[in-house]
Design a protein around this ligand. Structure first.
Ligand SMILES: Cc1cc2nc3c(=O)[nH]c(=O)nc-3n(C[C@H](O)[C@H](O)[C@H](O)COP(=O)(O)OP(=O)(O)OC[C@H]3O[C@@H](n4cnc5c(N)ncnc54)[C@H](O)[C@@H]3O)c2cc1C
Length: 350
């Protein structure tokens, strides 16, 4: 079903932008309103897409299906927009201790993990550039999205279509009744909150179990010996074509100021980096924002239980690049076709 009136998307990060594209694919009218803050989680994210993650070396939820859908989605939009935003590259994981080596030996015997490990080169890394006392492995398919370029190109495209507006949707400026939502003198079929961690501050969603985490990412100037793969070992380094690299992240819960990290958190990140990177590097930029995380949910989607003209697409955590294409399609099928939501992401399945 195509709605008669446009859908209002509030927020143009990875969530709102993916939703805009999914509505565009369906020919459904929408207006996306984003305040264009200079630093947001989506704008500063490293954009990594990695199958085996975390201290426990676990496989990311539904990785194969989400990766295939995300790759198709970004390549399709690249063809339309005339640019490259997603870079396919292996992610090298360097093990940090004998305990991790032991865990890895158990994990790699599991077929669902083994399929992401490919013949690794010898030596795995240039050990004058990266410390590698315990060995490691190379995982694929993986890669990273240049999120800033992706968001900007999408915004330019939708601005030309008259479907993107720079502005603020203040909490009290959105009127919602049984049949529609209205904002700034115009009626909408519904309003979808894609406002990231700030949704937790909105009275309509403050009951959801948000447990968002502040994170800092550094930009480095470093000679990494021509390394182009992503290297991770308690933190990661993403080499860029211009000779710089992104490195991170910190993970801070709780937090107060969203863009001001605790100095000890950043010092801890720098210490991890110095343990991993033997080459000289200088930190040339530091950026901090908040990842939206919802406790007990892989993400948060759906219509507000008491306000059926209001919906949410949130809780992307550290997997926004991988999951936003599927999540946005899933929500659109729910809104336009009445398809049921999966419990793992359903707002009402608390
Ligand atoms: C340091 C760091 C590193 C990360 N690295 C990765 C990574 O490697 N891979 C990965 O997949 N993810 C990563 N993430 C997570 C990723 O950034 C998030 O999953 C994703 O950005 C969340 O997108 P979002 O659109 O939900 O939220 P946001 O990016 O917060 O976007 C919300 C948008 O809504 C706007 N907005 C809010 N309220 C209003 C309003 N009332 N009116 C108008 N506009 C409004 C905001 O200004 C913003 O533009 C990282 C995050 C951080 C902080």
């Amino acid at each position: 079903m195509k709605p008669a009136r446009p859908i209002l998307i509030i927020g143009g990060g990875l969530a709102g932008t993916a939703l805009a594209w999914r509505l565009h694919e369906r020919g459904a009218p929408f207006l996306l309103v984003d305040r264009d803050a200079p630093v947001t989680a989506s704008k500063i994210a490293a954009g990594l897409v990695t199958p085996i993650t975390g201290m426990r070396l676990t496989l990311s939820w539904r990785y194969s299906a989400f990766h295939a859908e995300a790759l198709r989605f970004y390549r399709d939009k690249e063809a339309l927009l005339g640019g490259v935003f997603f870079y396919e590259t292996p992610v090298v994981r360097l093990l940090r201790s004998e305990k991790e080596v032991h865990r890895w030996q158990e994990r790699r015997a599991q077929p669902e993990i083994a399929s992401f490990i490919h013949a690794t080169r010898e030596p795995l890394v240039n050990d004058t550039v990266f410390a590698n006392p315990h060995g490691g492995f190379e995982q694929r398919p993986a890669g990273w999205l240049d999120t800033a370029a992706w968001l900007q190109a999408s915004r330019d495209f939708f601005t030309r279509q008259g479907a993107w507006l720079t502005g603020e949707v203040a909490a009290d400026a959105l009127q919602v009744n049984a049949g529609s939502a209205s904002w700034d003198g115009r009626e909408y079929e519904s309003a979808v909150f894609c406002t990231g961690w700030e949704a937790a501050r909105h009275p309509w969603f403050d009951w959801a179990p948000f447990k968002s985490a502040r994170g800092t990412i550094l930009t480095l100037r470093a000679d990494l010996g021509g390394e182009r793969r992503v290297i991770s070992s308690g933190c990661w380094v993403v080499p860029r074509a211009d000779g710089s690299a992104r490195a991170g992240p910190t993970y801070e819960i709780p937090f107060t100021a969203p863009h001001t990290p605790a100095r000890e958190a950043v010092a801890g990140l720098e210490a991890k980096l110095r343990a991993m990177v033997r080459a000289d590097f200088q930190v040339i930029e530091e950026q901090t924002a908040v990842r939206p995380i919802v406790h007990g949910h892989e993400a948060l989607l759906g219509l507000h239980p008491g306000r059926p003209r209001v919906a949410i697409l949130n809780g992307l955590g550290s997997k926004g690049v991988l999951r936003s294409p599927w999540l946005a399609r899933h929500l659109v099928e729910h809104l336009l076709d009445g398809a049921p939501l999966e419990p793992a992401v359903d707002l009402t399945a608390q």
